[in-house]
Write a protein that binds this ligand. Sequence first.
Ligand SMILES: [Zn+2]
Length: 237
Amino acid sequence: MANEWGSPFSGTSLARNSFSGGQLFGKHPGGEFRPNGFHNGLDFGSIDHPGNDLRAVHSGTVTFAGNPGIAGLGALVIVIQSAGINIVYQEFASSTANARVKTGDTVTLGQVIGIRNTEHLHLGMTRMDWRQAQQYAFTDNGTWLDPLPILTSGTSGGETPTQNKGETTMQCIYSKGKAMYYFTGDKVKILTDPAQVNILKTIYRDNNGKDMPVYDWSGTNPTSDLLLTVLKNNLAG
Ligand SMILES: [Zn+2]
């Protein structure tokens, strides 16, 4: 199933509350130690998400597997291109010997691609060239995508054990005037770039076989302001 997504460690949860604030993408309590307080990926700790076999979260093609020579990314980085996204696995290994794939390999969802022997895996996703995107590692400008809604949008039908039923069914995009919002099923995110809207729609369509619901609340609906206030209170911080 080419368009499905999963957890990088077998049987571990993708529920938002299985991650601490500092592990989550974006700005969250516990992540303030970083420049600008911004975390450009999702961390899977060896304690909260145990396991040493690192598995592909999506099928794709390996575009890099080796020592990146970039400070902070660890001794081994594996990049797999999937669905137009560069999925960057970093900080999980102390040696390039931990790689189980090489550049050019085709991988399937769940295939073991490396061995984790550090305290965490940092999973990043970007549509930009992954090396160029490093300049925005601490800049929340849309270069880096939040992996969690992508990971959890991708398990259609709930066949995967890590799937939390119901997470995907509430996803929608809604607009009011020119403002676009994405409801992840948990939080509301303001979408600042049409590219973000398009990629979310594409992923949703690929994984669910239908378009993501889009609601326009700019009309005369007297409750739209009330609804927007409620949803804004759930805005991801
Ligand atoms: Zn990280």
